[in-house]
Design a protein around this ligand. Structure first.
Ligand code: GTP
Ligand code: MG
Length: 195
């Protein structure tokens, strides 16, 4: 699918009638600072669409992006951010859990983004289990592969794949734009675009 339009719709912190429409939703989830917003920007080839920041915990709402009037790409806040007040972290965690698990909304894909260089954290693995139990259609994107030393690459990716329990792991670099075509193909495929 060629992306002809990608626009920010709005940020939500609760139910939204838009999400009851037939437009498929694709959710991007991951630890704070793993590059969720950067992955979205490279995926839709639009720099600055999703706000990125070197300060973790930047995204505080669920930001909805409209892709070609055919998909809603959902940029979720990051989990596991150690700083920030306890109540704020709890609120973000509740928001993520509500949208993915408790709400009546359906996601075509839940894309779990991890830091390939750091490897899956306990938090990542716990999130994966929760998504599995909820029966989500899961895709793992291992971002920041550009940070892995070339001599460690094979071993590190093997470790990531092993810890991700049989799910497809797509090596990715938002920085170097590696994996973007593959991700676009997996998520959007060859669908017809509603005009
Ligand atoms: P929150 O919204 O705070 O949860 O963060 P996020 O997951 O949306 O991360 P964001 O896209 O804002 O990126 C965080 C930082 O990681 C920024 O400084 C990015 O430039 C950097 N970054 C993102 N992707 C890559 C990558 O593939 N390689 C490298 N080296 N840096 C990256
Ligand atoms: Mg973000």
């Amino acid at each position: 699918m060629t992306i002809t339009s990608a626009t920010f719709v709005r940020g939500i912190t609760g139910p939204d009638p838009l999400l009851l429409s037939d437009t498929p939703q694709i959710a991007m989830i991951g630890r704070s600072n793993v590059g969720k917003s950067s992955v979205i920007n490279t995926l839709v080839q639009k720099k600055g669409l999703a706000v990125t920041s070197s300060t973790p915990g930047r995204t505080r709402e669920i930001n909805i992006y409209n892709i070609n009037n055919a998909f809603f790409l959902m940029d979720l806040p990051g989990y596991g951010f150690a700083r920030g007040s306890h109540s704020e972290r709890e609120a973000l965690q509740r928001l993520i859990y509500w949208y993915l698990i408790q709400s009546e909304y359906h996601q075509k894909y839940v894309v779990l983004i991890i830091d390939a260089n750091v490897g899956p954290t306990a938090n990542d693995i716990e999130t994966l289990r929760t998504l599995e139990v909820a029966g989500k259609n899961i895709l793992i994107v291992a971002n920041k592969i550009d940070k892995i030393r070339p001599s460690d690459y094979h071993k590190q990716m093997q470790k990531v794949t092993n810890l991700m329990g049989g799910h497809t792991v797509l090596p990715y670099s938002a920085e170097k734009k590696i994996g973007t075509d593959e991700l676009r193909e997996i998520l959007f495929g060859n669908v017809k675009v509603a005009e």
